[in-house]
Design a protein around this ligand. Structure first.
Ligand SMILES: Cc1ncc(COP(=O)(O)O)c(C=O)c1O
Length: 310
């Protein structure tokens, strides 16, 4: 059922506060930090993690402007497409997903099958057309086909994505009773990192871990979104590139899960935690500091290989 603006505001305001979980023995080798995981993976069963936070003010804006339809972009395994489809169904928006690549027919990914089940209309376009998706002719064709729509960029990263993520930082400070010394997050498009930077106090160092090969460009994106360069981006924990893994990464994730009972996935949070662990071993964090790592969800993309012994 379509919800009006006020209902939507109340829906988000009544949302849960995700737990801040202390990780008592985070590392096989002792390191002198206090590690916490902000469990945004537990925010909502379908719209989990950073998606909930990045979508919040976008959906409010769409409703305020009177749009009934949300349109966005992504690949066949996009967590953003998955979350947008679920949020649209939950909150009464029509959703359109413009998907990069050939129509896979019966062999659609579970992400795309889920999106369809939620009622999302999918349009597949070639990689070349996808690269030209901001061209005027392409946009006119979209409008002619779908009518007026509120557009979210790939990954949902825009200025409206930041305040929802920044609210999470305020939550963390309330839960800790102080600002953390460090906040750590995986970076794909950089929107979540930008939101942390926007919400962090000057006492907190914000660290982003690129999950993309060649992700140094993300620094400029985050600076552009936030107007500051008060953060650090670590570009070398990508394990071969987006969605690539190595036996070492999978072994790390299995070990972390076994010690903590927290499920991870290998595309984002697993890589970030590996990086955090590595930096801790190298002594990057001041002894005694409080480090909060954001669990950004995405468990729908968890590699089933993580459930079998290596
Ligand atoms: C589970 C998960 N974590 C982290 C990220 C990275 O977020 P961002 O694209 O805002 O950098 C994404 C991607 O969008 C994601 O799906």
């Amino acid at each position: 059922m379509a919800q009006n603006y006020q209902m939507l505001e109340e829906f988000f305001a009544s949302g849960p506060v995700s737990p801040l979980q202390f990780i008592p023995d985070p590392f096989p080798e002792p390191v002198p930090i206090r590690l916490f995981l902000k469990r945004d993976d537990l925010l909502h069963p379908l719209v989990s993690g950073n998606k909930w936070r990045k979508l919040k003010y976008n959906l409010l804006e769409a409703r305020k402007l009177g749009f009934e339809t949300l349109l966005s972009y992504g690949g066949a395994y996009s967590n953003h497409i998955h979350a947008l489809a679920a949020a649209g169904r939950l909150l009464g928006f029509r959703t359109i997903g413009i998907i990069r690549g050939e129509d896979p027919g019966d062999r659609a990914s579970t992400t795309l099958r889920f999106a369809r089940e939620q009622g999302m209309e999918l349009q597949f376009i070639s990689r070349e057309a996808y690269r030209g998706k901001s061209d005027a002719a392409f946009r006119e064709a979209l409008s002619a086909r779908y009518g007026p729509f509120y557009e979210l960029p790939e990954g949902g990263t825009n200025a409206f994505a930041l305040p929802g993520v920044a609210e999470g930082v305020a939550e963390i400070s309330r839960q800790l009773g102080a600002s953390p010394d460090y906040l750590c997050v995986a970076a794909g498009t950089g929107g979540t990192l930008a939101g942390l930077v926007a919400g962090a106090s000057p006492a907190t160092q914000v660290l982003g871990f690129s999950v993309l090969k060649g992700g140094t460009f993300l620094s400029a994106e985050v600076s552009c979104l936030t107007g500051t360069d008060q953060f650090r981006l670590f570009p070398d924990y990508h394990f071969g590139g987006y969605a690539r893994t190595t036996p070492e990464l999978l072994a790390f994730i299995r070990g972390f899960e076994a010690r903590t009972g927290v499920r991870l996935e290998q595309v984002y949070t697993g890589k970030m935690l590996y990086g955090l662990y590595d930096l801790a071993k190298k002594g990057i964090f001041a002894p005694g500091s409080t480090v909060v790592a954001l669990h950004t969800g995405g468990l729908q993309g968890r590699d089933p290989a993580l459930d079998s012994p290596s």
